[in-house]
Write a protein that binds this ligand. Structure first.
Ligand SMILES: *Cc1c(COP(=O)(O)O)cnc(C)c1O
Length: 428
């Protein structure tokens, strides 16, 4: 059996950086990435046979835990009936219908293979619907690797963005306006200047991709109002928060409805599946009804849809799961805060339901600039110390930890015990 180290060495000879998505390479924390062999519930086992309590949950999808029985059975059943037709199946309608019931602004839903694809399609739709080109996004919000969203803030408060990745052209970046999260004044200024050209505003209603950052009171309402007043569409990217912070996502939790909703992660039950939806008037601009083209050979894939339906069916019929996740997550957050205080390590614990990030700093963290003040070197030592003690955390300070319904009080308490020792170790 290969060790993680050997597996990584070999992978690097055939795969750029040895990984199929960069954060997996552990660059942010150092050390060797863990190669997994299996997972069950909240536990994952690496190729060396070591077991970990998992707080990555495949970056969000596994709200019911790994290899959950009903999801696995649904996948097996669907696969035996063919893995793909490239033609409609009734299960796609069932999934769209479930989403529409839970997300009241959605009258029509289209399925895609990844969150990136769903966001890309939603942007095209917003541009097609409004006949405008510019988009507003917020620094630190991640919306997949869509060209026009891989854009960083320019130098001045009202300048357009600059490419945040090789291969993104300045022309594309020119159409993206990047603003600080939680800054209503910046949104007002941007719309005052460019309102007539802006097709949409897109945001994570609870940011999870700069670490967890909650919207300040009134932020979502103000963004929605300012955006709509100019005739632009308000897009909530709930790929991470949808079915996570509540059944109806952050829009339900904060009672602010967007024009378009993007979903992913949990709705695929761990399979590649995402979706975007909105009012029929907007969604019917999509081909074949309208002029905005959007398609996919494997879109609405029956195996992925069956996994998603199995996950959503359980979440919808056992809403008490969200109350349980809240209790587990609050216990973990309180335990981490206590342990940090005891170790003399300043931590700002940000949490929304079962998404949380301990920022290694005093806080408060309300935007990307604040998040960046974290002591990432200390986080890296903490990460290594936790890994050694059998706790698998996201390999970056700027990510959300996810608690699943498969975690137990015992798992949470074991994690806090490991954190108590690890925080002392990394305090040095
Ligand atoms: C994960 C994520 C995406 C991208 O989804 P992929 O399936 O990785 O392409 C988009 N937006 C948000 C908020 C996400 O968390």
């Amino acid at each position: 059996m290969a060790t993680n180290h050997e597996a990584f060495d070999e992978a690097r000879q055939f795969i750029p950086g040895g990984v199929n998505s960069p954060v997996r390479a552990f660059r942010a924390v150092g050390g060797t990435p863990v190669f997994f062999a299996s997972g069950f519930g909240c536990k994952v086992t690496d190729i060396e046979g070591r077991e970990y309590i998992d707080y990555v949950g495949s970056w969000g999808p596994h709200i019911l835990g790994h290899a959950q029985e009903k999801i696995v059975n649904a996948i097996a059943r669907a696969a035996r009936a063919s893995t793909s037709f490239g033609a409609p199946t009734v299960s796609e309608t069932a999934l769209a219908k479930a989403i529409i019931e839970d997300y009241p602004n959605c009258e029509r839903v289209r399925l895609t293979n990844s969150g990136t694809e769903a966001v890309m399609s939603a942007l095209r739709l917003a541009r097609g619907f409004t006949h405008r080109s510019k988009i507003v996004k917020f620094a630190g919000c991640y919306h997949g690797h869509v060209d026009s969203l891989l854009v960083a803030a320019g130098s001045g408060a009202l300048t357009f963005g600059s490419p945040d990745s090789g291969g993104v052209t300045p022309a594309v970046a020119q159409d993206t306006i990047v603003l600080p999260y939680n800054d209503v004044d910046a949104v007002e200024r941007a719309f005052a200047q460019w309102g007539a050209e802006i097709a949409c505003t897109i945001l994570e209603p609870v940011a999870g991709n700069m670490g967890v950052v909650l919207p300040v009171r009134g932020f979502l309402e103000s963004v929605a109002a300012i955006t709509r007043e100019s005739g632009a569409l308000f897009i909530m990217d709930e790929v991470m928060t949808g079915y996570r912070v509540a059944l109806g996502g952050a829009q339900q939790l904060f009672n602010v409805l967007p024009d378009l909703t993007v979903l992913g992660k949990i709705i695929g039950g761990g399979m590649p599946l995402a979706a975007f939806g909105g009012r029929a008037e907007i969604m019917d601009q999509l081909a074949p009804l309208g002029p905005v083209y959007q398609a996919g050979t494997l879109s609405g894939n029956p195996v992925a849809v069956s996994a998603g339906l199995a996950a959503l069916t359980q979440l919808r019929s056992h809403r008490e799961i969200y109350a349980r996740l809240e209790v587990l997550s609050a216990r973990l957050a309180a335990g981490l805060s206590d342990a940090a205080e005891a170790a003399g390590v300043p931590i700002y614990l940000a949490r929304c339901g079962s998404m949380l990030t301990p920022f290694f700093q005093q806080g408060p963290v309300r935007n990307l600039d604040h998040a960046k003040k974290s002591d990432t070197a200390r986080f890296s030592r903490f990460h290594a110390a936790m890994l050694k003690r059998g706790v698998y955390l996201p390999p970056s300070q700027f990510e959300a930890w996810f608690v699943s319904n498969a975690h137990t009080f015992k798992d949470i308490d074991a994690t806090v015990d490991a954190a108590r020792e690890s925080l002392v170790e990394c305090a040095a």
